[in-house]
Design a protein around this ligand. Structure first.
Ligand code: ZN
Length: 310
């Protein structure tokens, strides 16, 4: 008796939830369609002809839109007037999905950015745009030096890092540096740290289960102190990423397990990381996913799909 009551309560909850999800999804879709019509309705002043005091009143009464969302829709749609590819993304994913690329997309690159906006979350797209700008700037700098690339690479600019230290530690470091320079000392310390980490490097685990053994995890995280390994990223890691996809290798190899933040892990699975099978120091972003390694992409697509359904 108790069981059947429980069952029917569970059934009711499940069906209520499913209905809500279904209606919500449809509501969002219809709202996106309303948003896309706004500029034209505003331009032809249709709201006035229909007896409304303003476009805001029209949108509020007929579609429940707030003043802010009307302003934002008009502002953003003005910027994509000449970019039908981005309007298409708005129709599929909404205004928010293209916000990170509004300033960077041109008529010529709209197609490229629309594709990225479709396959990435807003957060991942923001990080990608940041890397993209950085890569673009570096390219420009290199060109303007009028030096062959190799030569330019050989003289990277020194960087200043300031840090707060306990007086005692500062003193000890000064002593260690002695008459030498900071660069040499830091290099020595780095090498000593790396040697210590490497000495404890575990052997790869083959025919493994999904779960990464504690020993391997500890080794991998020590290399970046639990920070994302993508060059320049200072976020805390969220995933241990297999650069050789685990689903295919069934191996946890300490050399190809890399701690990554959420955005960089998503980029890796979208096939957008350059030199992914080399150490992360050599990584960069790719403009196009590598369509030739179809075998890997199949796994990535599966991972992406699997995530969506979570
Ligand atoms: Zn990162």
């Amino acid at each position: 008796m108790i069981n059947s009551t429980q069952n029917s309560a569970q059934f009711l909850e499940k069906s209520l939830h499913e209905k809500f999800v279904f209606y919500g999804k449809n509501a969002k879709e219809w709202m996106r369609k309303c948003v896309l019509l706004l500029p034209e309705i505003n331009r032809l002043r249709i709201w006035e002809k229909k007896g409304f005091g303003s476009i805001y009143e029209y949108a509020a009464k007929l579609a429940g839109m707030s003043r802010n969302s009307v302003d934002e829709a008009l502002r953003i749609l003005r910027k994509v007037e000449d970019k039908p590819e981005l309007r298409w993304v708005i129709d599929k994913k909404g205004i928010n999905a293209i916000k990170p690329i509004i300033a960077i997309a041109t008529q010529e690159t709209a197609n490229f950015w629309a594709e990225k906006a479709m396959e990435m979350s807003k957060n991942t797209l923001e990080v990608y745009v940041k890397e993209f700008k950085k890569a673009h700037m570096e390219e420009k700098n290199n060109e303007s030096k009028f030096l062959p690339r190799k030569e330019f690479d050989a003289v990277p600019q020194a960087q200043n890092i300031s840090m707060e230290l306990d007086p005692e530690i500062a003193n000890q470091l000064q002593k260690l540096k002695g008459q030498g320079n900071w660069n040499e000392l830091m290099q020595k310390l780095l090498q000593a740290y790396q040697a210590q980490v490497e000495a404890k490097k575990p052997i790869p685990q083959e025919n493994a289960k999904r779960y990464v053994p504690a020993k391997i995890e500890k080794y991998v995280l020590a290399k970046t102190n639990s920070t994302c390994a993508f060059p320049g990223c200072t976020k805390e890691y969220k995933y241990l990423h297999h650069t050789w996809r685990f689903a295919l290798t069934k191996t946890h190899d300490p050399d190809s397990l890399i701690p990554l933040c959420k955005a960089h892990e998503r980029m890796a699975h979208a096939g957008l990381i350059k030199n992914e099978n080399q150490p992360p120091e050599n990584w960069g972003i790719k403009l196009e996913a590598d369509k030739t390694s179809e075998k890997w992409l199949k796994v990535d697509r599966w991972v992406a799909k699997h995530r969506e359904s979570l």
